[in-house]
Write a protein that binds this ligand. Sequence first.
Ligand code: FMN
Length: 236
Amino acid sequence: MKLTIIHGQNHKGSSYNIGRLVANSLCNESDITEFFLPKDLNHFCLGCYKCVEDESSCPFYAEKLPLYNAIKNSELIIFTTPVYCMGASAPMKSFLDLSFTNWMTHKPKDYMFQKRVLIIATSAGSSGKNAIKDIKTSLSYWGISKIDSYTIAVQATGWNTIKKERMEKIQRDVNKIIVSQKKLVNTKAKVGLKTKIMFAIFSGMQKANWGASPTEKEYWNKKGWLGKARPWKSSK
Ligand SMILES: Cc1cc2nc3c(=O)[nH]c(=O)nc-3n(C[C@H](O)[C@H](O)[C@H](O)COP(=O)(O)O)c2cc1C
């Protein structure tokens, strides 16, 4: 199985290590592709809307492409982020902003619909719910239905300073995640009803010419999505 990890931080702290514990138990190192943000995508969206006409016109397309290619070639994508000011890290948010044309409201990618995702967010003490939500909202609109998540207050500022009892709890939790993820290896995610309904609504939106650009309707039309064709029926 191929797996991609996208870390919302450059450093190898708690979020990184929990992500790696899961990844290392699921596949060999050679099957893991790993990105660190901002190191591997050090940009913010400029709001130029060039991507709406053609995604390759984004000034940062060359840096984004390796991430999309890795996602395309992976069965499971793990996103890790520390909780910063109750939300996801800014570099992670920036990656999501730079990917907004993947939304079903614009030009969703065929291959997203049957991906599986695991989001991991660690905090010092507060809830990680908002950080998870920041990421999950975008991915749901990318068309991904199977999104699992794990958040934990590590009660520390780094992986090496986590107290013994807390580390034991993390290990127990991670073991449960590994067991459930192992059951899914070599399976494609089922496309959920909510995704199917949203897709139908956005197909109607494009038909009514409510897209952000005429190129969006062309894109949907070419794929046959304004009719009965659906990306989860064609994606490999
Ligand atoms: C800029 C910044 C903001 C933070 N905001 C929060 C927060 O809102 N709530 C919280 O519980 N911890 C917060 N923390 C602590 C980290 O979320 C926590 O230490 C986390 O486990 C770090 O993960 P890492 O080791 O992967 O970097 C913050 C830390 C930093 C550096």
